[in-house]
Design a protein around this ligand. Structure first.
Ligand SMILES: C=C1C[C@]23C[C@H]1CC[C@H]2[C@]1(C)CCC[C@@](C)(C(=O)O)[C@H]1[C@@H]3C(=O)O
Ligand SMILES: O=C(O)CCC(=O)C(=O)O
Ligand SMILES: [Fe+2]
Length: 358
């Protein structure tokens, strides 16, 4: 029986369903208040300095923040306003965009019906963005799912996603340069992309030290460009403990995902992170997940495969296969790529949990 949680009703209660309580070893710890000092990289600054700072951050924990990125402040404000308008709708209204089993787009509230325990304390609205010119996927999605009144929302997010795609390609040039494969390689690889936009809405929670807005995980995607509001709650696992990333209004937080870790033959790490909640105010974040075209083969460039003596860190795969794996077989966590690689190598007939390394 699928239990549906109405976050708006749950948010004020302290007797929350036990499915939302995380085990002791995974629940938020007070020491996470310590900040991870992530460089605010000025993308309009000296190119060599940008390459050096990004490379250094990616060798360490895979997170950095960018300013002077060219995204208009007004567009960002509109994107946040549209989020407030959507997530404060009554639940039945939001459920008109309900995410269907095995699909990555749609409205999900604490993943009812998807996971049995350790439920994330959040509501999400996810939709697809594709660079193919004919498809105005985002506007069509909002109009089809929510009606003509939401066309303007679709237009805001359509513009937002195309700006995110442009910024992603700029960052791909920097990553290519810092890995020694040149500015063009990864830019060309992602020129056409089938990306995912996700709006995260974390209602206040009366037991913030036992619940998590988003559990510990590495993003299975290639690159994440995230804007968090002023509330704070994003934490990265670095140097053996959880560190918080302080919000900077005009900055975007950028992190490497599993697919780019594979593309870099393991040189750059996709890093573990999570989102904690608080008992006072809702928190919002907008995450753009850059993904290659569905059926493009993900394999590192020659230059990152030293002639024969450096083994391949991961098998070749397509993003479609990895996305399917996370939507139908395995809840993305901190070992998704490892389990996925075993699943590929041992034949996809075995259930993912049978392949977990002993
Ligand atoms: C491809 C994706 C799967 C998730 C959304 C994007 C990138 C991040 C993934 C996710 C957020 C990692 C933590 C677990 C997850 C289930 C979640 O909490 O939302 C993941 C997303 C998903 O599978 O819906
Ligand atoms: O909300 C955040 O700050 C992080 C969310 C996240 O990691 C994700 O959606 O993948
Ligand atoms: Fe994430």
């Amino acid at each position: 029986m699928v239990v549906v949680f109405d976050a708006a009703r749950l948010s004020g209660r302290s007797d929350i369903p036990e499915q939302f309580i995380w085990p002791e070893d995974e629940s938020p710890t007070p020491d996470a208040a310590e900040e991870l000092h992530v460089p605010l990289i000025d993308l309009s600054g000296d190119a060599a300095e940008v390459v050096r700072q990004v490379g250094q951050a990616c060798e360490q924990h895979g997170f950095f923040q960018v300013v002077n990125h060219g995204i208009q402040q007004e567009l960002l404000a509109e994107a946040h306003r549209c989020m407030d308008a959507f997530f404060t709708l009554p639940l039945p209204e939001k459920q008109r965009a309900q995410r269907l089993q095995g699909e990555s787009c749609g409205y999900a509230s604490s993943f009812t019906g998807r996971f049995a325990c350790k439920l994330p304390w959040k509501e999400t609205l996810s939709f697809c963005y594709s660079t193919s010119p004919d498809a105005d996927l985002v506007v069509d999605y909002f109009v089809q799912k929510l009606g003509e009144d939401y066309r303007s929302h679709g237009e805001v997010y359509g513009r937002y996603c195309s700006e995110m795609s442009r910024l992603s390609l700029e960052i791909m040039e920097v990553l290519g340069e810092s890995l020694g494969v040149g500015r063009a390689h990864f830019r060309r690889f992602f020129e056409h992309n089938d990306s995912i936009m996700r709006l995260n809405y974390y209602p206040p929670c009366q037991r913030p030290l036992e619940t998590l807005g988003t559990g510990p995980h590495c993003d299975p995607t290639s690159l994440t460009i995230l804007h968090q509001d002023h509330v704070g709650g994003l934490q990265v696992f670095a140097d053996g403990h959880w560190r918080s990333i302080r919000p900077h209004a005009g900055a975007f937080v950028v992190n490497i995902g599993d697919t780019f870790m594979a593309l870099s033959n393991g040189r750059y790490r996709s890093c573990l992170h999570r989102a904690v909640v608080n008992s006072r105010v809702p928190r919002k974040s907008l995450a753009f997940f850059l993904c290659p075209e569905m059926d493009k083969l993900v394999c590192p460039p020659e230059e990152l495969l030293d002639a024969g003596n450096k083994p391949r860190a991961y098998p070749d795969f397509t993003w479609r296969t990895l996305l399917d794996f996370t939507q139908k077989h395995y809840r993305a966590d901190m070992r998704t790529l490892e389990v996925f690689s075993n699943w590929l190598r041992h034949g996809q007939d075995k259930a993912a949990h049978e392949l977990l390394p002993l």
